[in-house]
Design a protein around this ligand. Structure first.
Ligand code: NDP
Length: 307
């Protein structure tokens, strides 16, 4: 019963350091070439390896990332469970990134940055947080963690998910009607959806036209959810006031793409949150124990929903 880490040497070593104490009783392999394929019961990898069929006794593939849109389900045997990464490091970083983005937008830091370059000493009317409506697309692990951080500021928060949910103090919406309601009442819209056939291209011209004039976007889901041209047009027409993007399609965008230099766009290179080997290894260890004891796995992917 071996756990195989399929990743570069330095990263594998960082995970192994934790596994050596958290999974003492499970043999660990950092090198696919030196393990008997039939011994591999657990695999830790970002993608499905080309030769996955050789691991005939593989039961669970743990993905090193929270998003699993890089996974090709066709190549993953149906007998293998896929688990995405749910770990404290990712959660905390996403809380930081989104809170920072919301506060920058709420307190007009992007516009003040432009003012400074023009030596312009001029205040911008500032609503209280209780008047700045936040809308979140997605209400999963990360969105809920972000809500926890944003709540103390007093922003009215709405969210949208596939299934109906209840969170005290949050307007939890779902369905087409809920979607329209969320979009039309979000002064700051945050996208924290997984990339699936249903969410691809969701952030498009129609959505932007439904947002309140002067609203802004924080996009931390996946680049494939955003129509970049439609966003540029919504910003150029002054319908939207700003966008903070952590993800694009492709990554990176070509160096002459208008997103790079647009004055209303702040772009970061997919760093909102990054898997932290120390805490991620503990999450994997915990899940392996759960699996051995026949308990539900945390972050188990539903193949029918693709997330
Ligand atoms: P979860 O699976 O926990 O949550 C996903 C949420 O999206 C759920 O609330 C789900 O609804 C909702 N959802 C999915 N599809 C639809 C749909 N078609 N219509 C309405 N709601 C839908 O994921 P996480 O919160 O852990 O992560 C979300 C995404 O964040 C990841 O998939 C990844 O793309 C992105 N991410 C980005 C990072 C970055 O650095 N930029 C880092 C980590 C993640 P329901 O609750 O009903 O199932």
């Amino acid at each position: 019963m071996t756990l195989l880490c399929n990743m570069d040497e330095a990263r594998a070593a960082a995970f192994a350091k934790v596994f050596q104490s958290s999974l003492r009783d499970i043999p660990l392999s950092l090198d696919a070439a030196s393990v008997e394929p039939e011994d591999v019961r657990y695999l830790l990898s970002w993608k499905v390896p080309d030769n996955i069929a050789r691991y005939t006794n593989l039961e669970v593939m743990f993905c090193t990332s929270a998003g699993i849109d890089q996974i090709s389900f066709d190549s993953l045997p149906t007998t293998v469970k896929l688990v995405r990464m749910v770990e404290d490091g990712i959660i905390r970083m996403m809380q930081e990134y989104v809170t920072l983005s919301v506060l920058m937008l709420h307190r007009n830091f992007i516009q003040y940055g432009h003012h400074q370059k023009q030596a312009l000493w001029q205040s911008i009317p500032q609503p209280q947080a209780t008047k700045r409506r936040i809308g979140i697309l997605g209400l999963g692990v990360l969105a809920q963690a972000v809500i926890e951080r944003l709540t103390p500021f007093g922003f009215p928060i709405s969210s949208w998910s596939r299934s109906a949910k209840t969170i005290p103090g949050v307007a939890c919406l779902s369905g087409d009607e809920g979607f329209s309601q969320l979009i039309s009442t979000s002064d700051i819209l945050i996208c924290l959806l997984p990339l699936t056939d249903e969410t691809a291209g969701l952030l498009d011209a129609e959505l932007f036209s439904q947002m309140p004039k002067g609203a802004s976007l924080v996009h931390v889901g996946r680049g494939g959810q955003l129509d970049h041209q439609a966003l540029l047009e919504a910003l150029d027409q002054d319908h939207l006031s700003a966008a903070i993007l952590d993800v694009t399609e492709p990554e990176p965008l070509p160096s002459d793409h208008a997103v790079w230099s647009h004055p209303k766009i702040t772009l970061t290179p997919h760093i909102a949150s990054v898997t932290q080997p120390a805490s991620a290894a503990l999450a994997v260890s915990d899940n392996i124990r759960r699996h051995l004891q026949g308990h539900d796995l945390i972050g188990l992917v539903d193949r029918n929903r693709n997330y």
